[in-house]
Design a protein around this ligand. Sequence first.
Ligand code: PLP
Ligand code: MN
Length: 390
Amino acid sequence: NYFPKSIPANYAKFSKIGDDACNIDTPSLVVDLDAFEYNLKLLPNIVESISAKGQNIKIRPHYKSHKCPSISVLQHEIGGATGICCAKITEAETLVFGSQSSRAWDILITNQVASERKMERIYNVIKKLAENPQSAPLGVCVDDFFQISLLEMMLASTSFKLDVYIELNVGQERCGVNSPAEALELAQRITSFTSFNFKGLLAYNGSNQHNRSHLERSETVMSSSFKGKIISCLDTFKENDIKCQIVTGGGTGSFPYEIQSGVFQEIQPGSYIFMDADYYSNFTELGDHNHAFKKSLFVYSRIQSLKGLDSLNPRIIVDAGLKAISLDSGPPEVLLPQDYPKFEYLNQGDEHGKLVPPIGCIVGSKQFKLGEIIKLVPGHCDPTVNMVRS
Ligand code: PLP
Ligand code: MN
């Protein structure tokens, strides 16, 4: 908002298609479109290749990774998606009121909503979706009667419908009911209110995505506190004549195991489209899918100060600090030519980072230049994307 409304088209901060990459202003978030497209098309291929015959797994990618309506369109048109997950109402609003507002989005907010203020916003989203001649459903998750009663109040005396999912705690100890009995009580209340369409269960374990060993990720999904709990819930629903239409969950680190578990009908990976340094440190085994996806998201930074290259403590300083790159899942990976030793990124505050050579390595004056672009692979893609305006 600091800038005047009409920024000159040639304003030097912005790059244009066709510009040379070495002229990109820094720090900048850059997407490698070839790698991006590769990931986009690979996901439905992996899903198909590991699905059993007739299993028909749906793909509902998570919007929080990119927050770009145009990327969601691509995920639908060539990435096999049949719906989209949003982490919060703000994200759903950008899809429903933003540049792609005419599309019949099928949105699931994978969270609970527990405030009246937000109910107003959900109501406005449902109202806008209802204007679409095609069916454009909205779903939300609940794990308590309180959220259900707010939703009931919001929908009372309207003709709008809402998809409601019960979140089941399958080991992350975040949101979600713990027992089939709790799930049944909520499901009975949901199915008794005609404006609700009870869809089923959200069963997502975020911490399992980043267990390094693929065996650990797989065993977690197949365990009694994960798959076993889902089956108990489904049995309880069945015994009580409650129709569960879908079980949804699974992210980039674990979706093959959710598919193989046989209890899921839908998966929700988000990070696969960009990947990040943290996901790339998931244990590599032949056949482990995490490295099948390519790194497509980079922060371009520039060497702005270069001192002491002939010493054991050189100061190779780049212009990407913690305001350009999220550090919550560890530092970014420093991409350098293959014949270079492995340098680490060390944060130096809001706007600075330092490239640190291996201990005992004298860099010498030839390897780096002031003004040179250094590509960094973010440790965690989602919050890094959140730092820039899209
Ligand atoms: N589904 C839910 C409910 C999530 O919270 C997330 C991310 O945290 C995802 C899916 C996507 O996970 P990932 O970006 O690791 O693929
Ligand atoms: Mn994430």
